[in-house]
Design a protein around this ligand. Sequence first.
Ligand code: PBG
Length: 334
Amino acid sequence: MASDTDGGTGTRLSLPRRPRRLRRTEAMRGLVRETRLSRESLVYPLFVCEGEGVRREVGSMPGVFQLSVDEAVKEASAAHVEGVPGVLLFGLPATKDLDASAAAAPDAPVQRAVRALRKALPELIVMTDVCLCEYTSHGHCGILQGEEIVNDATVVLLAKTAVSHAEAGAHVVAPSDMMDGRVGAIRSALDRAGFDQVAIMSYAAKYCSAFYGPFREAADSAPQFGDRRSHQMDPANVEEALREVELDLAEGADIVMIKPALPYLDVISRVKTRFGQPTAAYHVSGEYAMLKAAAANGWIDERRAMLETLTSLSRAGADIIITYYAREAARALA
Ligand code: PBG
């Protein structure tokens, strides 16, 4: 038996603290666990396309599919049964053009999916990504003048898009474009249209990241020229992230998001500590793809690596975790 004293003489050994006492059994570890990853935190991103009965796997994201509305309802329903409370929708429109006209169209895939999901799954939280990059022919997140994205004209379209999502029944709209002033513009457009109960989850600190690569295949949204450095953040900056979050909160964001997740744990932690507001972390496509690829090679234990990763996001301060692993995590946490 482990003892703090030496063989009954009562003399204290040189180790006054023995942290291992609380690590001896799973029950003991459970008792003192500081972070409890919960299914209630999970949001499951879905890519919705045209057609019926479509379920097309994304090459760089095993287990992730482009889904027609009917299939998206099936997928969301399966996720919901497994305990995932919410989905975040991205759209693959039939046509793309210079003004992203399909973004705010009432019969585009996202708007139709929102209506179908609200009808089929009344308890599910339906969130929508608000950005133009999936809808523009050039794949940029806004209206171009030459090669420059024009901020304020883009914001007008984003607000219109958000209202169309709210009209379809979205509970939460999530602007991911990183244009200046879009949270305020979306808030007033929603309020004017009578949607004061629709929440805004802003991608407040969205970094210009290499980890979005697989998503751009999934959403068919890779820019045809250039990159997103003029609006997404420099990975080297954290003070700037705090300023972005402060601005978005002042403009009316209900939830602030940090994205990607794992390479930015310090940002999550500082945002949560500084503002104490509902905070989301987006475990993005490249983060998912890395785990999947390593697991497929037998190099890591996928279930453990997944849970360790998602736990770290929660430990850093994320209340909401957006992840392509939502279903697998929910099953593991059941
Ligand atoms: C933009 C958007 C992107 C992601 C979410 N919203 C891509 C980008 O900024 O290029 C990335 C999500 C991921 O990588 O999983 N609509």
